[in-house]
Design a protein around this ligand. Structure first.
Ligand code: UDP
Length: 467
């Protein structure tokens, strides 16, 4: 089988895990990617997965050379060019299919052209979703019914049509809110993705049935599409090294990290991380630091910054912050071994931007969540966490932003305390722990995700896709 992940860590990481799951069932898996994304794949351990490389047409699409991952895309114009570059990959990808004759293609939803290409070569195309059924269903509904065009202003809530549970959103929380200049192109692309998904063989989703039964059933019934829930895929990483090596080399030695955590009591540390692409202003980081200190909770905080050795103090931290927090708070600059940290019993809460992988990893770890969405489909995931699952509280983020800068330290302090201490926290923790157990059971032999993956492989085998 060929796997074609989109070029962002939130897409690459779960597709690699998915390829591992197929490999473990005896399927030969090959991941196709571009040169600069290879390290993210080869970094992951104990794999028998082949990698094929195609050139990313950055220059041709008007991007700087080497811009091959959305973590280096930082403006709406660049998003547009990035989409253009991914469209240009169709031809070289077709050449690979011609040369290698795979029996099936699992391509990220971000490649609308993949369905036609698979059809041309007579093989099934499965759409890979780095998100939930709940969120896919909202996306479909918004694209189809355009409820956001029927309200008078950006902050007026509207109900998502044809979706169980009265889910309300505002225009400011939609993925394309900051993309007005390129909105038409972006909307077109979303439409193409939806159409291509509806013409594909089916969808593979990193989720599990017990988490969102109503929405799995809704998706299958309403859209009449084949779908397989095979997650949480992160659980295929069993040992410390596999967990620590997901995506990028961690900026902290995993053993050092575990040693720090092992000195803490269960549920006494809050973990704060905002995924692989979010950006905050220095003043916002300062507010977070002050909020954490005031919450009087122990923490591990991941910041996408490198240490400036020239300066004794950093502008985004209060004076003497790290010294005064020694033993109590740990800042990781760069990349954290997230799953390893979340899985540790000392961790009792998670502040996240609600990227789907992080959200599901938090659910799997059984911890209450502070939701701090910033864009993409993160506001949808927030609704799942706070309104449907009731395992988290919102920090109060109101709109899609390019750079986060509006939440005050008092609000951070309050939100962190709400998930860490008190009756409400315990109730949320109880629900989260139960979901965490269900997640683990889902991927065990006989579990819902295990069986779903088996059924998919059986179906592909019987249609002679997989030998
Ligand atoms: N991640 C990690 N360490 C970090 C930041 C992120 O391991 O320091 C992983 C995280 O575990 C998740 C992925 O990167 O699997 C981020 O995906 P998500 O969908 O949460 O957010 P995105 O980066 O796509 O916004």
């Amino acid at each position: 089988m060929f796997f074609l992940p989109f070029f962002g860590h939130g897409h690459l990481i779960p597709i690699i895990d998915t390829a591992k799951l197929f490999t473990a069932r005896g399927v030969k898996a090959t991941i196709v990617t571009t040169p600069r994304n290879v390290p993210s794949i080869s970094e992951t351990h104990s794999m028998k997965i082949d990698i094929l490389i195609i050139k990313f047409p950055a220059i041709e699409a008007g991007l700087p050379e080497g811009c091959e991952n959305i973590d280096s895309v930082n403006s709406p114009e660049m998003v547009s060019k990035f989409i253009k570059a991914t469209k240009m990959l169709q031809q070289p990808f077709e050449q690979l299919l011609q040369d290698y004759h795979p029996s099936c293609l699992v391509a990220d939803v971000c490649f609308p052209w993949a369905t036609d290409v698979a059809t041309k070569f007579g093989i099934p195309r499965l759409v890979f979703h780095a998100t939930s059924f709940f969120t896919v269903s909202i996306g479909h509904s918004v694209t189809l019914h355009e409820p956001h065009k029927k309200v008078l202003c950006d902050s007026e809530p509207f109900v998502i049509p044809n979706l169980p549970g009265e889910i309300k959103l505002t225009r400011m929380q939609l993925p394309h809110f900051t993309l007005q200049e390129v909105e038409i192109e972006y909307s077109e692309w979303l439409k193409e993705a939806m159409e291509s998904r509806l013409r594909s063989y089916g969808v593979v989703v990193n989720s599990f049935y017990e988490l969102e039964m109503a929405y799995v059933d809704h998706y299958k019934k309403f859209w009449g599409r084949k779908a397989w829930h095979i997650g949480p895929v992160s659980l295929c990483n069993k040992d410390t090294e596999d967990k620590a090596k997901r995506g990028k080399e961690a900026s902290i030695d995993e053993h050092e990290c575990l040693k720090w955590l092992s000195t803490k009591k269960p549920n006494s540390v809050v973990y704060i991380c905002f995924g692989s692409t979010t950006n905050f202003s220095d003043s916002q980081l300062l507010e977070i630091a002050m909020g954490l200190e005031a919450s009087r909770q122990q923490f591990i905080w991941v910041v996408r910054k490198v240490k400036n050795d020239e300066k004794e103090e950093e502008d985004w931290l209060p004076k003497g912050f790290e010294k005064s927090m020694e033993g109590k708070g740990l800042i990781i600059r760069g990349w954290a071994p997230q799953v390893l940290i979340l899985d540790h019993e000392a961790v009792g809460g998670f502040v996240t931007h609600c990227g789907w992988n992080s959200t599901l990893e938090g659910v799997t770890a059984g911890v209450p969540i502070v939701t701090w969405p910033m864009g993409a489909e993160q506001f949808y995931n927030e609704k799942l966490v706070t309104q449907v699952l009731k395992i988290g509280v919102g920090v109060g983020a109101q709109q899609t932003v390019v750079v986060g800068d509006s939440i005050k330290s008092k609000v951070v302090e309050k939100a962190v305390r709400r998930i860490m201490v008190g009756e409400e926290a315990e109730e949320m923790r109880g629900r989260a722990k139960a979901l965490g157990e269900m997640a683990k059971n889902a991927v065990e032999e006989g579990g819902s995700s295990y069986s779903s993956l088996n059924a998919l492989i059986e179906e592909l085998r019987s249609s002679q896709c997989c030998p």
